[in-house]
Design a protein around this ligand. Structure first.
Ligand SMILES: [Ca+2]
Ligand SMILES: [Ca+2]
Ligand SMILES: [Ca+2]
Ligand SMILES: [Ca+2]
Length: 129
């Protein structure tokens, strides 16, 4: 029993260390106050920068082409109530907030590396970096 447990542990540990590694490096980019977590203000600041970068034609909105698959068609439609086929920054931030909340199951208002490594966390990261 003891041997088996040791084997399992040695297998599980490197895996556990591996998964948050990518999230941890992204976390560093998104955590200017260096408290080890991303709060909504930090997420929005990063999202705003990415929005400007993705807005190639600088018209202040993102269309589906500029978003390049970061947002599903369904989410896009829900986030675009004026149905003009583009998202302005406010509409984009609505999705960022929704994904932030989805990625924060413990509801403490911050995302740690572990939360960023979940599918919901990764979905949020797509809108931030
Ligand atoms: Ca922080
Ligand atoms: Ca644009
Ligand atoms: Ca719109
Ligand atoms: Ca949290």
């Amino acid at each position: 029993m003891t041997t088996r447990r040791t084997v399992l542990l040695s297998l599980a540990l490197p895996l556990a260390a591996l998964v948050p590694a990518e999230a941890a490096s992204k976390l560093k980019l998104l955590d200017p106050d260096k408290d080890g977590t991303v709060d909504l203000a930090e997420a929005k600041a990063a999202a705003s920068k990415l929005f400007d970068k993705l807005d190639r034609d600088k018209d202040g909105t993102l269309d589906a082409k500029e978003l390049r698959g970061r947002i599903s068609a369904k989410e896009f439609a829900a986030a675009d109530p004026d149905k003009d086929g583009t998202l302005d920054k406010n509409e984009y931030m609505t999705i960022v907030e929704a994904r932030f909340r989805a990625a924060d199951p413990d509801n403490d208002g911050t995302l740690d590396a572990k939360e960023l490594a979940t599918p919901a966390g990764k979905a949020l990261l797509k809108l931030l970096v």
